[in-house]
Design a protein around this ligand. Structure first.
Ligand SMILES: [Zn+2]
Ligand SMILES: [Zn+2]
Ligand SMILES: [Zn+2]
Length: 153
């Protein structure tokens, strides 16, 4: 399994984040730029409490909550639940748009440190539903040991 490719999305610049916000009709604000910058430097998906810790007192909880909700709605971030049911966020593929997420991939969750990784190269199976069922989303998680926890055993 090769999650190596997903690590450290080549450091995006403020200019790219500014463009991303503008193209989604979001006002370019310091807190929004800070959140994008912080998330993009992480290899694994990140939860709101973790983000709060990294951002410090600069952004209050309510603002952060609103930023994450609007990013999710606009197709900038997608939400993945870790093994404790805590929501974590990862940057979307460029194909996502408002109300249309196309993050059709499996997530890897480490059973020791609970880190969540996007496995972009594994696509989801086609699901045949019974009549009159409709599909809204599919979530498939692979659970195991991440690289860091592996090397500690
Ligand atoms: Zn998405
Ligand atoms: Zn781990
Ligand atoms: Zn993902």
């Amino acid at each position: 399994m090769d999650i190596e490719d997903n690590r450290e999305n080549p450091q995006k610049t403020t200019e790219e984040f500014t463009r991303l916000l503008r193209s989604n009709n979001l006002k370019v604000t310091q807190p929004r730029l800070r959140v994008l910058d912080t998330i993009s430097t992480k290899t694994a998906a990140i939860s709101q409490p973790e983000l709060e810790k990294l951002l410090g007192a600069d952004i209050d909880r309510v603002t952060l909550y609103r930023i994450l909700a609007s990013f999710e709605e606009k197709g900038i971030l997608h939400k993945i639940f870790d093994l404790n049911g805590t929501a974590t966020y990862a940057i979307c593929s460029t194909k996502c748009s408002e109300h249309h997420h196309h993050d059709q991939h499996v997530h890897f969750i480490c059973s020791v440190c609970n880190s969540v990784y996007c496995l972009n190269e594994i696509s989801l199976p086609k699901i045949n539903l019974p009549p009159r069922f409709s599909l809204h989303s599919i979530a498939i998680n692979a659970v195991g040991l991440c690289e860091n926890c592996q090397s500690q055993t």
